[in-house]
Design a protein. Structure first.
Length: 78
């Protein structure tokens, strides 16, 4: 029970990006897509932040979603 309380104390709040940060991020994602660069994505998992190495497959500017292929698993197999 005490461990659960401590976990709640360690919870990280989800960060919000401003418009300038979003434009920079969109530019970087478009570049990674066009030049097939792998990127590391930092995302909020509901409790903390996680990191995943991915390859951008498509960027949808209308919905502000990126479609990626996980390449972490590929590296573990080589």
């Amino acid at each position: 029970m005490i461990k659960n309380l401590w976990k709640e104390d360690d919870r990280v709040k989800k960060a919000m990006l401003d418009e300038q940060q979003l434009k920079e991020l969109e530019f970087s994602l478009q570049r990674a897509f066009s030049e097939s660069f792998p990127i590391e994505v930092k995302y909020h998992n509901g409790f903390d932040y996680s990191f995943k190495k991915v390859k951008v497959m498509r960027v949808d500017a209308n919905t502000r979603k990126i479609h990626c292929k996980n390449i972490d698993a590929d590296e573990d197999n080589t």
